[in-house]
Design a protein around this ligand. Structure first.
Ligand code: UTP
Ligand code: MN
Length: 545
């Protein structure tokens, strides 16, 4: 969500109260209290609204209300209950949103509101591909999908050839369950649905009859699974390294630490040192605060730059494991050279800890080579920076008082104008970037980077380490990159397989290609990507399959 296209005063929280279900007097009182406490209130649903407060039970009710007047909830806004606003008024500041205060996407009712005949009809017409269906974050069959997804994860961690197709089969099943318009109460209701096999049906029956599946419980209890989950949650560790660690007899992360990370992989060294930080989920507010800074700095370096917060946040998630930001520019090619300068500018603001820049490895002939759709098939060739940033703790609770100084280490509006923007000498930017590359040489002013990851981590600090991916795409590939980097992973996997099997086309984050004619199908919008794919347009919030 949250396409960040504006900067400046949008750092300030702005509250809009949906007038539905409020008594007039109460609504007026709330507005008055907001003003009294110096909190910003929006009279209309403007794009800079950050919090939409409502008495409604679900987001779709709020959406319906706005739809009547042709309005849409701003992408960056959180839709929250009145209780959150009451907490803010009590605290006289914008407070963190508790999970109970986030409105659910749809109203979950205990009983299915669909009749058996309607269920049958729904199953008969159920679209075959996940990329043809809507899948919201909040759906009716969470208990079932979480059980099935444990089996999927187990197969992914075992990571042999057959396991990939097993994992995919489980994912297909859970993706079907996510899109069902009714709550499954017995397996009979799944009749006619192609992707729900016998194995999954047994698991579902178990959960429906006993509240849990014995197979899932066994996996969750198994030491191997627990260790694999722990090890693969370290930045830089995939299933094969995790397995190697288990084979060495390592029980926990201390064992890995004691070994001093013999692989020499910077990601593992920093991932271990900042394990705790990196395993605290990144909140939406932090992600937006950071992407706004990226937007400001990128705009100074390259006016007109397009900065978009992608990944799970674009799909409406309130938390994520990292922050993914896609950058482009309306003029193809203008984006070249932006990334090193951007890293340098963010570094000057004290926001960069460590990271690695990958060069653009795109060649058009790669696109026409045969491709295998596999577990690791989502790698692309964009220029990108994968790293760890330092998010000031103030990011998660933005101060909204106009009097208070900005909390971020920031010479506003941006750091680049004097020394970076003006220079045509890219070696300056490259040398600045080396400060943040692993194994940096000793350079004046880079003491912090010279220290061992563990020492930096243990030293007193007012920031949290957060994983950040910055991806640079030329405009000619931008909308495909946008679809690819918005995900979900399964949405991509499914759409790519669908394109191959149904249309004979190759879909990647770089474009859509006719392999026979050796022709790309260009797109000027996300909608056009879907129309080339002969798919109904699916909103990012509905790509959570
Ligand atoms: P993430 O792994 O960050 O997933 O990749 P996510 O959905 O945002 O999950 P959280 O919320 O951080 O935990 C973001 C999207 O970018 C794609 C993935 O397929 C996913 O849809 N991606 C990731 C690529 O296209 N290429 C890559 O190299 C990595
Ligand atoms: Mn992400």
């Amino acid at each position: 969500m949250a396409e960040v296209t504006q900067a400046g005063d949008s750092k300030t929280a702005k509250v809009f109260i949906v007038p539905v279900k409020f008594q007039k007097k109460r609504l007026e009182d709330m507005k008055k209290s907001l003003s009294k406490k110096g909190l910003q209130y929006a009279d209309t649903l403007s794009p800079d609204v950050t919090h939409v407060v409502s008495e409604c039970e679900s987001v779709d009710q709020v959406e319906k209300y706005f739809a009547k007047s042709g309005q849409k909830i701003p992408e960056a806004a959180s839709v929250v209950s009145t209780q959150w606003l009451i907490d803010c008024l009590k605290a006289s500041k914008i407070v963190e949103i508790k999970s109970s205060q986030v409105l659910k996407e749809i109203k979950i009712s205990a009983k299915p509101e669909v009749s058996p005949a309607e269920e049958n009809e729904c199953n008969r017409n159920f679209p075959e591909w996940a990329c043809q269906r809507k899948a919201k974050l909040e759906h009716l069959n969470k208990k079932l999908t979480s059980a099935v997804e444990v089996l999927q994860e187990f197969a992914e961690l075992r990571d042999s050839n057959q396991d990939y197709s097993r994992a995919l089969a489980f994912r297909r099943a859970s993706s079907v369950l996510k899109s069902l318009p009714f709550q499954v109460q017995n397996v009979e209701q799944l009749k006619g649905l192609k992707d729900i096999g016998e194995h999954v049906k047994t698991v579902i029956s178990d959960v429906l009859d006993h509240g849990s599946s014995s197979e899932v419980e066994e996996i969750l209890k198994s030491e191997w699974f627990k260790k694999m989950k722990l090890f693969t949650s370290v930045f830089g560790i995939g299933p094969s390294t995790a397995k190697a660690w288990i084979e060495r007899g390592w029980e926990n992360l201390d064992d890995a630490q004691k070994d001093g990370c013999p692989s020499g992989d910077w990601r593992i060294a920093w991932g271990l040192a900042f394990f705790e930080d990196l395993n605290v989920p990144v909140g939406r507010i932090e992600a937006i605060a950071f992407s706004q800074i990226v937007q400001e700095e990128a705009e100074c370096i390259l006016p007109g730059v397009i900065t978009t917060l992608v990944g799970g946040f674009r799909r409406g998630k309130s938390q994520g494991h990292d922050v993914d930001i896609l950058l482009s520019h309306p003029t193809d090619g203008a984006e070249m050279g932006l990334l090193p300068k951007l890293i340098a500018a963010l570094g000057k603001r004290g926001l960069v800890l460590i990271g690695h820049k990958e060069k653009n490895s795109f060649r058009s002939d790669i696109l026409y080579q045969d491709f295998k759709l596999s577990a690791r098939g989502q790698l692309d060739h964009f220029e990108k920076w994968l790293g760890i940033c330092k998010f000031p703790k103030s990011f998660s609770t933005p101060k909204i008082s106009k009097k208070s100084k900005p909390e971020i280490n920031q010479p506003t509006p941006c750091t680049t104008d004097t020394d970076l923007k003006a220079t045509a000498d890219s070696s300056l930017d490259e040398s600045m970037n080396e400060l943040y590359e692993p194994k940096a040489k000793k350079t004046k002013g880079s003491e912090a980077i010279e220290l061992e990851p563990n020492r930096i981590s243990a030293a007193p600090r007012d920031w949290l380490a957060r994983r950040v991916d910055l991806i640079i795409a030329p405009k000619s590939q931008y909308y495909y990159a946008l679809v690819g980097w918005t995900g979900s992973k399964h949405f991509n996997r499914d759409a790519r397989l669908y394109a191959q099997k149904k249309l004979g086309l190759k879909l990647t984050s770089h474009g859509l290609f006719n392999l026979e004619k050796r022709e790309p199908l260009t797109a000027q919008s996300e909608e056009e990507v879907f129309s080339h794919l002969k798919l109904p347009y699916i909103d990012p919030a509905d790509r959570n399959c």
